[in-house]
Design a protein around this ligand. Sequence first.
Ligand code: KIV
Ligand code: ZN
Length: 515
Amino acid sequence: MPNTTADKLVIFDTTLRDGEQSPGASMTKDEKIRIARQLEKLGVDVIEAGFAAASPGDADAIQSIAKIIKTSTVCSLARAMERDVRAAGEAIKPAKSGRIHTFIATSPIHMEKKLRMQPDQVVEAAIKAIKLALEYTDNVEFSAEDAVRSEMDFLVRVFDAAIQAGAKTLNVPDTVGYSIPALWGERIQQLIARVPNSNKVIWSTHCHNDLGMASANSLAAVMNGARQVECTINGLGERAGNASLEEIVMAVKTRRDVFSCDSRIDTTQIVPTSKLVSSITGYPVQPNKAIVGANAFAHESGIHQDGVLKHRETYEIMRAEDVGWSTNKLSLGKLSGRNAFRTRLQELGIVLENEEAVNAAFARFKDLADRKQEIFDEDLQALVSEGVVAQVSEHYHLVSMRAHSETGILPKAQVVMSVGGQEHSAEMSGGGPVDATFKAIEQIVHSGTELQLYSVNNITSGTDAQGEVTVRLAKGGRIVNGLGADTDIVVASAKAYLNALNKLDTGAERAHPQV
Ligand code: KIV
Ligand code: ZN
């Protein structure tokens, strides 16, 4: 009989931890706080705010989130070792509700090749870590990393020991995205059936998307008794990512006929959360992405359009407005004053640190309003992101630029920028104005970076919309995403390029939890 703790499905969001393990998605403390606030508004039960032992910066970000968040549990990841558990425990201390999530690998390949530990030592380490974590909080989660390739008998032994040691949530991860729904469901069912006292804990699942089945596998786990799903906004995460929060939540809600549980997520906050995460991490959402893609509710074929006009349910299983797709909300205009600006930011859940930050954001708003008649909520989000971007200590700063493109003539760009306070300028030609701009910047900085990705998205619709540019640069094994927004996409591109260079310049080394 599966363990069904009433009919509540716990949504454990790991955008700020596993999501941050996406190449280039690392976030500043302020960015993490903004996302955490939005996750709280979304109604997420547990926010995995990071991996405290990774670096003092990570620990500080978790601690700040723990101080601010009131209605979600704030969690830190910790390997099953004393140093990690203590760092996690200290970081979550200020939380109204805090959790330590400790883990150790249990598959033969991980134990032998990565940990170089015997199975007995792994069990012992798990027990020790859980007991130590209990000194900080009674809310302890234990994960058996690479459970998908672990032997069933050993998993039963480890989870049995974890329950006896006092863990309240047991997480079964498909770390490498190897499973398929039928097998994953069966694995969860067997664990619940075989582990003694399995009804005393919440069973959880954490699936990666290497074969594109993370959400399907998670849902199979839910059908077989899992009552916590670990997931991320937009499916961000290590390699091909994790199960998407929006897909899990909407599948369970839309198919109440097959799932005997539901989450407490405010689904109307899904699209705003997706947009915020995309804009902060620089990971665009593919247009055909379920729920949050721009085309998710767009009907192209005439037959479909006709059907929807006659009776919406002919082709729609969910309502766009239920997941937060409202028509762009007109927010403010050129004549809006500082108070209206501040009030709208508050309504959007954006809290700026001090009066100076409000003034700087208001100045950027006025500048934008001079160039764009209507300012939407999405513009305000980008504007605030820009402010946060500007706080990344700006070694490289755009002073001014000019780009020229004309049919039949090689495009040219002239860039004036400051490097550590000293002004430099360069002019270059290129395949297009953006290419010429990047070449001009490189002529000045000689960064030695490799451009891995360049993408432009419209923040809102219309040709006067702001373009949001993502530039991904790699150097010496580090990857960063730079962001820039402007009504002129060549200027947005220059800002994004410089933002990426600044991030490379300031980034501190951090440990990876699974290495
Ligand atoms: O994928 C994984 O196994 C993880 C664990 C740390 C839960 O992220
Ligand atoms: Zn993971």
